[in-house]
Design a protein around this ligand. Structure first.
Ligand code: ES4
Ligand code: ZN
Length: 326
């Protein structure tokens, strides 16, 4: 069996996808026209040409601009449905979707509009594509903890439509402990907890995500290799890292894909997974991430099997379902 074919065809779970980062330029312009939203770019090509990022912030500025075309429930549905079609084509059988409600409520879009549209796409994906989807609400870490609390409050009428909370946006200068109170509240509510840490930020942020926020997974976490004690902790406690190789390449976290440390993380016994992060912006969905990373780093079929198994172990599906997958 050829490795690329194995990578393409193996069933896998995606655990780190910002659904707003799946908005392709074509859909951005279609929604802009549908909603009468003015964009700072004349067309699809000009927008795509602007996707030349130097770091996380240079990406976030254009990512939030792209999300400004989302106004109606159907817009959120159409965005998520397009993602699920791509996921199904890549043999993704389970996906946990991040969404950024504050990006939308700040523009006057109701929380219900966001969550209902995304949730309806999850239901249709299950029924029509056989892809199991669930939602994780992310707090924007460049905003205050008080704003995160207000967002949680607004989302509580829809508590049954999301399974957990995360922490994303500009990392450096906004350490996890800034959100200790709201994560404590979410823990009491029985929500699953994750946080971006160690994407651009230091290993110290991974430590406080674990020991102050009590997260169950770390999103990215690739800076952990700088701290041997942290590497041991992640391996010993089987804390998953949701790694996003093409994202790291496009945001200049690693100069070349050949330099990516995914293989090092796996070989250290860490439950690392492969994910697409913001596929419309970073040049690839799940199978693009798998194929390009394997080609660049010389991983083999055993790594492929390990990554697929890790993706299910790290997921938030119930234990009975995990037994079936094993
Ligand atoms: C993100 Cl790559 C990345 N990092 C942090 N926050 C984000 N939101 C969307 N993509
Ligand atoms: Zn991310």
């Amino acid at each position: 069996a050829r490795l690329p074919e194995l990578l393409r065809r193996m069933p896998k779970a995606e655990l780190h996808i910002h659904i707003e980062g799946s908005l392709e330029p074509e859909l951005i312009f279609e929604l802009a026209q549908r909603n009468g939203v003015k964009l700072a770019y004349p067309g699809v090509e000009a927008l795509r040409r602007a996707y030349a990022f130097t770091n996380l912030q240079s990406f976030l500025d254009i990512y939030y601009a792209g999300a400004s075309v989302l106004l109606k429930e159907q817009d959120f549905y159409d965005m998520a449905w397009a993602y699920f079609e791509r996921a199904a084509a890549d043999h993704v059988v389970h996906a946990e979707l991040f969404f950024d409600p504050q990006t939308h409520t700040a523009r006057g879009v109701a929380m219900r509009t966001v969550i209902d549209g995304l949730h309806r796409a999850c239901e249709d994906a299950r029924a029509r594509l056989g892809v199991d989807g669930s939602l994780i609400l992310c707090f924007l870490r460049h905003l205050s903890e008080a704003e995160a609390f207000a967002t949680l409050e607004e989302a509580m009428p829809f508590r049954d439509k999301f399974i957990g909370v995360g922490l994303d946006s500009s990392e450096v200068g906004h350490p996890p402990e800034k959100f200790a109170g709201v994560f404590e509240r979410c823990r009491e509510l029985g929500l699953h907890l994750v946080a971006h840490a160690g994407e651009e930020g230091p290993p110290a942020y991974v430590w406080t995500a674990l020991d102050t926020l009590h997260v169950e997974r770390i999103d990215h976490g690739v800076q952990s290799v700088k701290d041997p004690a942290l590497m041991k902790r992640l391996a010993k406690d089987r804390i998953p890292l949701t790694v996003c190789p093409l994202s790291n390449l496009k945001l200049c976290v690693f100069p070349k894909l050949e330099d990516h440390n995914l293989k090092q993380l796996l070989d250290a016994g860490i439950v690392a997974t492969v994910n697409s992060d913001d596929p419309a912006y970073f040049g690839g969905y799940m199978n693009d991430n798998f194929l390009q990373t394997f080609a660049a780093t010389g991983m083999d079929a055993r790594h492929a099997y390990q990554l697929a198994a890790n993706s299910f172990e790290a997921s938030f599906v119930d234990e009975a379902m995990k037994k079936k997958w094993r």
